[in-house]
Design a protein around this ligand. Structure first.
Ligand code: GTR
Length: 344
C-alpha cells in the first residue's frame, strides 16, 4: 500500500462516506492519508491551476472535460478541480508549487517553462510553425512527445499541449512595421526569450505576470502587450488598448503538466488513464479553441477594437535571426528546430 509521507504531495482527498470525513479531508487535513492506493472507496481530487478568468476559457474547459472523462472511466476515483483566475498564483509561482508536489496539476503557457526545461524553447520560437495545421502535426508527433518529456528531470510530467493560436501585438496604435514597434513599451511573459524577441523588434520589454497586465495597460506603465485574441478579450485588455495588429509572431502552445511526485505514486494503469484522459481533452480543447477565436474576434470588434491585417510579417520574421542564434544554441535544440522546419 502506498503511503503519503509528510513531504509528499497532498491531493485534496474526498471520501465518499461518511459526510463528516469528507469535510475533514476537504479541509486539507489529510496529509498522512493513504489516498492513492486506497481503491474505489476514496476519490482523489487533484487541483489544477490556470490563470484565465473565464470559467469557460478553452484551457479551463478542457481540464474540466478531462476530469469528467477520468471520473467516468475510473468509477469516480479521480477528479480534477480547476482553480483558474490565478487563484493559486502566477504561472511562475504555480510551477514552483508543482515541482515540489505542493500542487498536483498545472496548465500554463509553454513560455513559462523556458527557463526550466530548455526544450520548451522550441515551440515558443517566433515564426517557427507555418500554420495551425503544421503546429498541431508537429506537437502530436514524436517532436511533441520529446518536448513533453523534456520537463521530467525538473519534476514535471508533460501530459498534453493545448492550442493557443497565434500571438500578436496590441497597442493604442497599429504595429505594421519595425518602425512602429521601435521604442514600444511592451509587456512580455516572464522568459528571457520573450525579452529578446521584444528587443529584436526594437521594443522595450517589461516582463510581468498575466494578472498585472490590465492595470499596467490602463495606467500607461506599458504601451502594449501581445497575446492571442481570446486572451485579449478574456482579460478585457481591449478596454485599455484598441488596435490589435496581426503580427502572429509565435504560436507558443499551452501545456498541461502533472507533478512528478504525484505521478510516481500512481499505478501504471492509472498513469495510462491520465494520459488517455489528457489526449481526449486535446481534441475537445482544439474544437473549443477554434470556436472561441471566432467568437472573441467578433466580440472585440463589436467593442470598438480594430484588427490590423496589413502587417509586414516578413520584416518581423527576418529580425528574429539573432534570437535563434542566441537561444537555439545546443545540438539538441538545433536538431529539434530543424525537425520542425523539415516537417511538411
Ligand atoms: C495566454 C496563456 C496564459 C498566459 C498568458 C500570458 O495566452 O493562455 O497561460 O501565459 O497568455 O501571456 O501571460
Amino acid at each position: 500500500m502506498m503511503q503519503m509521507t509528510q513531504a509528499a504531495p497532498c491531493p485534496v482527498a474526498v471520501a465518499k462516506r461518511p459526510e463528516h470525513l469528507r469535510r475533514w479531508l476537504r479541509a486539507g487535513l489529510a496529509v498522512a492519508a493513504t489516498v492513492l492506493a486506497a481503491g474505489p472507496a476514496l476519490a482523489v481530487e487533484f487541483r489544477s491551476a490556470d490563470v484565465h478568468n473565464s470559467d469557460d476559457y478553452p484551457t479551463v474547459a478542457a481540464v474540466k472535460h478531462m476530469s469528467e472523462w477520468l471520473s467516468q472511466r475510473s468509477a469516480g476515483k479521480y477528479k480534477i478541480k480547476v482553480f483558474n483566475k490565478s487563484a493559486l498564483g502566477t504561472e511562475k509561482e504555480t510551477l514552483d508549487q508543482l515541482k515540489i508536489g505542493a500542487l498536483e496539476m498545472n496548465r500554463v503557457n509553454i513560455s513559462s517553462l523556458n527557463s526550466i526545461c530548455p526544450k520548451s524553447l522550441v515551440p515558443t520560437m517566433p515564426f517557427l510553425f507555418q500554420s495551425v495545421a503544421h503546429m498541431r502535426k508537429v506537437l502530436d508527433g514524436p517532436i511533441g512527445d520529446e518536448i513533453l518529456k523534456g520537463c521530467e528531470s525538473q519534476g514535471m510530467i508533460g501530459l498534453a499541449f493545448y492550442d493557443s493560436g497565434s500571438r500578436s501585438i496590441y497597442a493604442k496604435k497599429p504595429i505594421r512595421s519595425l518602425a512602429d514597434s521601435k521604442g514600444l513599451k511592451i509587456r512580455v511573459q516572464q522568459s528571457e526569450l520573450w525579452v529578446a524577441i521584444a528587443a529584436a523588434i526594437g521594443a522595450n520589454a517589461t516582463p510581468m505576470p498575466t494578472s498585472e497586465i490590465y492595470t499596467a495597460l490602463k495606467t500607461g506603465l506599458i504601451d502594449a502587450a501581445e497575446n492571442n485574441i481570446p486572451s485579449y478579450a478574456g482579460f478585457k485588455h481591449y478596454e485599455a488598448v484598441k488596435v490589435f495588429s496581426l503580427t502572429e509572431h509565435s504560436m507558443a502552445p499551452e501545456m498541461l503538466l502533472m507533478s512528478k511526485l504525484v505521478w510516481d505514486k500512481l499505478s501504471k494503469a492509472d498513469q495510462d488513464l491520465f494520459r488517455a484522459a489528457a489526449k481526449e481533452s486535446v481534441a475537445f480543447q482544439r474544437q473549443k479553441w477554434d470556436e472561441q477565436e471566432a467568437k472573441d474576434r467578433a466580440l472585440v470588434q463589436k467593442a470598438g477594437s480594430v484588427i490590423v491585417t496589413d502587417v509586414d510579417k516578413a520584416a518581423f520574421k527576418a529580425a528574429m535571426a539573432p534570437v535563434y542564434a542566441r537561444f537555439i544554441n545546443t545540438p539538441d535544440l538545433q536538431r529539434l528546430v530543424k525537425a520542425v522546419q523539415d516537417t511538411p
